[in-house]
Design a protein around this ligand. Structure first.
Ligand SMILES: Nc1ncnc2c1ncn2[C@@H]1O[C@H](COP(=O)(O)OP(=O)(O)OC[C@H]2O[C@@H]([n+]3cccc(C(=O)O)c3)[C@H](O)[C@@H]2O)[C@@H](O)[C@H]1O
Ligand SMILES: Nc1ncnc2c1ncn2[C@@H]1O[C@H](COP(=O)(O)OP(=O)(O)OP(=O)(O)O)[C@@H](O)[C@H]1O
Ligand SMILES: [Mg+2]
Length: 300
């Protein structure tokens, strides 16, 4: 059910910590730009590739990447599948504005082959969510192909709201080498986009994953980010109980419960795949094993 709270998406009065101050926004811009630059340098990469949808997250990410690396070292890929061909023109316009190279690849033929051969054989009952996730994973393949071939990194576009809710395709748009917007809630992304001069029409667009016609984040999630973000901030960042958040904020209990459930239910999407932990060797996929860390420290 959609909550009927009527705040603006970019700010919510009375909720501390949400970005409205231009000095604060400027400091965040600088940090995100430095992060992209440092990550690319440390990886000895030549640049980054970004999937451009014509939406705010990818437009802002590409904008920050250009600020960090210069337009010569950023590649934009327009990768329309079934529903979003119209947005490719917007993505192209954004790329032209940033002065970056832009390539367009229609993924429909690949998706059709997948549906006819793989889906039909494995599970013909797969619906729009399953096929939409395949489109997101085909995009990931195209982005990594470009990264491999050019010694680039795949610059992901996920924001903190999406990451905490698990509102992304695991190893699809969730598969990337860095997430410059990953610490910022969607409402903060909107404020930062305004701060760096992303066109108003892009900021004003209804957020959509575009995995099927008419899909919107608000419909899928049951609420708008202006209601979701303050709940995440209290329940995740401040470890408050859901009831406390409901009482403090003007959100309905159902929305807050859903947000908390999505956060807990998507823990696996934010973790390294587990291993059994045989002989006490970690059980976390090796990511934090002392030998692994020592090898990294020694540059091995
Ligand atoms: N507890 C657990 N421990 C370990 N793994 C677990 C698991 N539960 C599920 N899994 C695995 O995760 C899979 C489900 O995850 P996943 O494949 O991602 O699929 P799922 O989360 O069901 O779908 C992705 C969601 O993200 C949305 N999305 C996708 C892409 C872009 C955007 C956007 O905002 O632009 C939004 C999309 O609309 C949909 O609501 C399961 O099939 C299973 O393999
Ligand atoms: N047609 C597309 N071409 C290239 N990349 C795409 C396309 N559709 C989605 N993506 C990639 O998947 C990412 C996730 O989509 P998402 O909808 O969350 O971001 P967005 O479209 O930039 O912003 P919004 O969430 O406001 O619609 C995009 O930022 C983009 O990198
Ligand atoms: Mg989108």
């Amino acid at each position: 059910m959609l909550s009927n709270h009527s705040g603006t998406e970019a700010e919510r009065e009375g909720e501390p910590g949400f970005l409205t101050d231009s000095d604060e926004l400027e400091a965040i811009r600088e940090e995100a730009v430095a992060f992209i630059k440092d990550t690319v340098t440390e990886a000895n990469a030549r640049g980054v590739v970004v999937g451009l949808s014509g939406g705010i997250d990818s437009t802002l990410t590409a904008n920050l990447a250009v600020q960090a690396l210069g337009s010569e070292r950023v590649l934009g890929l327009g990768l329309p599948a079934h529903t979003d061909a119209d947005n490719v023109q917007e993505a192209r316009t954004m790329a032209e504005g940033l002065g970056i190279e832009f390539r367009e690849v229609d993924l429909r033929p690949l998706l059709d082959v997948f549906e006819d051969h793989v889906a039909a054989a494995v599970a013909p009952s797969g619906g729009r969510r399953e096929i939409g996730n395949v489109a997101a994973r085909l995009r990931m393949c195209a982005l990594y192909y470009a990264a491999n071939a050019r010694s680039y990194l795949v610059c992901g576009t996920a924001n903190r709201s999406e990451l905490l809710l698990g509102y992304f395709t695991k190893y699809g748009d969730g598969g990337a080498d860095l997430f410059p917007l990953g610490d910022l809630y969607k409402t903060e992304v909107q404020a930062l986009a305004q701060h760096v001069g992303v066109p108003r029409r892009i900021i004003a667009k209804e957020p959509t994953a575009d995995l099927w016609a008419g899909q919107t984040d608000a419909e899928d999630l049951g609420a708008r980010y202006s209601d979701i973000d303050p709940v995440l901030r209290r329940v995740v960042d401040r470890s408050e109980r859901v009831e406390n958040a409901v009482e403090a904020l003007d959100v309905d209990p159902e929305t807050a419960e859903t947000v908390a459930e999505l956060y807990v239910g998507s823990l696996h999407k934010r973790a390294v795949p587990p291993t059994p932990g045989i002989d006490d060797r970690g059980g976390d996929g090796g990511g934090s094993h002392p030998l692994h860390l020592a090898a990294m420290a020694n540059g091995l």
